[in-house]
Design a protein around this ligand. Structure first.
Ligand code: F6R
Ligand code: MG
Ligand code: MG
Length: 385
């Protein structure tokens, strides 16, 4: 049986009116470029979309993960898009294109990618999550809930196919070399949570059912690790298969109803709620956010994509969005203070260290008393005593 691969490759190559939304002309360019990819038989099918200012290429093919032809198609699409973006002087044109020349795979070159290869089941429902203004660890909490929390996923209790649990593959994204660990649920849940709670460091890469069936894949690419400085947040994508012995689509989506707090938002430097939104609201405005996630549902059918359905574009998520905006409003009142602003360590790759450097030489080893009338008076009166 031929295996199908879904490759979601994304990049911020420029946006309208600041870091807000991908302009239509870039979406059109990407559709044209991927259509040529179909004609050249590099890919079977595609869907072009956007998460805020990130251009998202969702592709199916039979070439497996990390395939140079597929990755080059995405890279060339982003290069052509960057040229057009620069010509039209849209904002941050070519932002994520960190390498000069393509070297076989977009990994380590700026764009982010999540890929998954499987034998299609008789019916294959999948969802592609696309987030803006946040980092890959943003998926840790919902993925844990989907695969390991029976209060989220009824099937963990009710369905014998899910009952045995799942295997999580986690990446230490701080390490410069590939570094992975795998953990089993339910028996290693506490150890797993000890890692997953450190969302800036340990990121879920893939999730498998206990029989080895792959069920989730996340883009773990860290832009600052590649560039050595802040160049926008990673704005990660994730692919999740649903139903027939896996969590149902409704159980997958349920995990995004909190909405939980993630790192990112303005200047990649703030904590904010991850709002589940429909495509019509996939644009970050207030304080460049709050961070958002879109969910596009497809059926994968003989290597082709049927759909999408815009899954969060539903009244059922209104309550989550409202709750999220209340949290956002509350956090904003705290301005530059932690924990709304991220910790100093987490700000390492932002522009904050440059400001800090200016203060560094001014620290002395005794308390400073400023000169002035009041301090002079105090000095005199204490010498009389
Ligand atoms: C976050 C993001 C924005 C920018 C901010 C400043 O990922 O892209 O919040 O960091 O708008 O942008 P510049 O530095 O381009 O003026
Ligand atoms: Mg941007
Ligand atoms: Mg973005």
């Amino acid at each position: 049986m031929v295996e199908t691969t879904i490759s979601v490759i994304k990049a911020d190559i420029g946006s309208l009116a600041g870091h807000v939304i991908v302009p239509d002309f870039l979406l059109e360019l990407a559709r044209k470029s991927l259509k040529e990819g179909v004609e050249k038989k590099i890919i079977n099918d595609f869907h072009v979309s956007h998460a805020g200012d990130d251009l998202e290429l969702i592709m199916t093919h039979n070439k497996g993960e990390g395939n140079p032809e597929v990755h080059r198609l995405a890279w060339d699409t982003f290069i052509k898009g960057t040229e057009l973006a620069r010509k039209n002087k849209i904002y941050a044109a070519g932002q994520d294109m960190l390498a000069d020349t393509f070297s076989g795979n977009v990994k380590g070159m700026g764009p982010g990618s999540a890929e998954m290869t499987f034998e299609e089941r008789p019916s294959e429902p999948v969802v592609v999550f696309m987030a803006d203004k946040t980092e890959p660890g943003a998926y840790n909490l919902p993925l844990y809930k989907i695969y390991a929390d029976p209060f989220n996923t009824a099937g963990l209790v009710i369905d014998p196919n899910l009952h045995d649990g799942f295997i999580f593959v986690i990446q230490d994204v701080i390490k410069q070399v590939p570094c992975f660990i795998s953990m089993k649920t339910p028996e290693e849940s506490y150890d797993l949570l000890a890692l997953l709670g450190s969302t800036g460091r340990y990121t879920i890469k893939k999730v498998y059912r206990r029989d080895g069936m792959v069920t989730a894949s996340v883009s773990t690419d860290k832009l600052h690790a590649i560039a050595g400085k802040y160049v926008g947040k990673d704005d990660p994508v994730a692919i999740v298969r649903a139903h027939s012995g896996l969590p149902a689509m409704g159980e997958v989506l349920e995990a995004f109803t909190l909405p939980h707090l993630v790192a990112g938002w303005m200047r990649g430097s703030h904590t904010g709620p991850l709002l589940p939104v429909g495509l019509k609201d996939s644009r970050c405005t207030r304080f460049d956010g709050p961070p958002r996630v879109v969910a596009l549902g497809f059926q994968v059918s003989n290597g082709m994509l049927v759909g999408p359905v815009d899954l969060f574009d539903d009244v059922a998520f209104d309550i989550s969005r409202q709750r999220g905006m209340k949290v956002a409003d509350y956090l904003r009142r705290q301005g530059p203070f932690q924990p709304h602003r991220l910790s100093e360590e987490e700000m390492e790759y932002t522009t904050l260290p440059k400001v800090m450097a200016r203060c560094e030489n001014r620290f002395v080893n005794e308390e400073i008393v400023p000169k002035g009338k009041e301090t002079e008076k105090k000095k005199k009166s204490s010498s009389v005593e």
